[in-house]
Design a protein around this ligand. Structure first.
Ligand code: NAP
Length: 283
């Protein structure tokens, strides 16, 4: 049975993806920062899919030490991982910081998943060696188009601009996927997606009336979950790597993300910040 690790699986897009994959008979590992919410979601999944294997582990992407602890625990419980879905993410209105002193959106939306992905490579490589098919899916955003990588802001901004910080973190997701695609062995791929404007807890910090108006027009989380499933298990994405796709047809890509030099620069800086050995470029 294939195993998929989904970050932020207790709600929104992550939960809809977990539901879908559990219903298909995959083993689902829910990586959640709030174990109380995670346990409630796990119960709901088990109620709907009594035969499904659904595990729950604590993961806080705003702490590099916690991510390492999660990876150790995961390696003990799941020596093979077929799919990693880097879904968890947030937009915060006021500047705050991770345990390691990074601006929260850079740290938790980008650098945390960057470290997590590196730490899970051994288990993903086991799956790739066994079945020739293991995959990493990054949930980015169309907002990455408004982003630029500004190293001077990684540890905070003089004047906080939520959107600039969020867009940088989502641009980082895409550029990481592209740099990673050059480094992964055959049989292990990486793709990035924009989920569409999705009615979820993501807009929790918006004022009530605006949030209610938005929720009425946004798409349900089941729509991006379908695309994530396709990227994670579908034949169409089995042999390609480094793709960027969207739930809608409109999928513009930030030209800044396409520069190999910029991707490599960000990759190497991120390795230093996260404390990982850079992977060798294979192609
Ligand atoms: N909704 C949209 O319109 C939209 C559009 C473009 C991209 N996206 C992206 O889609 C992804 C999923 O968003 P969503 O709409 O499903 O939002 P959501 O309902 O708010 O779910 C986000 C999930 O991420 C978790 N999370 C946030 N910060 C975390 C951290 N530091 N460590 C671990 N987990 C953390 C949340 O945990 P808690 O429940 O404990 O808070 C939650 O499980 C995000 O990456 C977001 O940037 C969303």
């Amino acid at each position: 049975m294939q195993t998929a690790v989904i970050t932020g699986a207790n709600t929104g897009i992550g939960f809809a993806t977990a539901q879908r994959l559990a219903a298909e008979g995959r083993t689902v590992v829910m990586a959640c920062r709030n174990l109380e919410k995670g346990a409630a979601a796990q119960q709901e999944l088990r109620r709907a899919n009594p035969d499904a294997e659904v595990d729950l582990l604590s993961l806080d992407l705003s702490s590099l030490a916690h991510i390492r602890k999660f990876a150790d625990e995961l390696a003990e419980r799941h020596p093979t991982v077929d799919v990693l879905v880097n879904n968890a993410g947030a937009a915060v209105a006021r500047q705050s910081f991770t345990e390691d002193g990074f601006e929260l959106q850079f740290g938790a939306n980008y650098l945390g998943p960057f470290l997590l992905t590196h730490l899970l490579l051994p288990q993903l490589q086991v799956a790739a060696a066994e079945s020739g098919d293991a995959r990493i899916v990054h949930v980015s955003s169309i907002a990455h188009n408004m982003g630029r990588i500004a190293p001077g802001t990684f540890r905070g901004r003089g004047v906080y601009n939520t959107m600039a910080a969020y867009a940088q973190s989502k641009l980082g997701n895409l550029m990481f996927s592209n740099a990673l695609a050059r480094r992964l062995p055959t049989g292990l791929t990486t793709h990035t997606m924009h989920p569409g404007g999705v009615g979820s807890d993501f807009y929790r910090q918006f004022p009530g009336p605006l949030r209610r108006a938005l929720l009425a027009i946004l798409i349900p989380p089941e729509r991006p979950a379908e695309l994530i499933d396709e990227l994670a298990f579908g034949d169409a994405y089995r042999t390609t790597s480094g793709d960027y796709v969207s739930v809608g047809r409109f999928a513009p890509v930030n030209p800044l993300s396409k520069s190999r030099d910029r991707q490599e620069q960000l990759y190497l800086t991120s390795c230093e910040l996260a404390g990982v050995e850079p992977l060798e470029v294979l192609r």
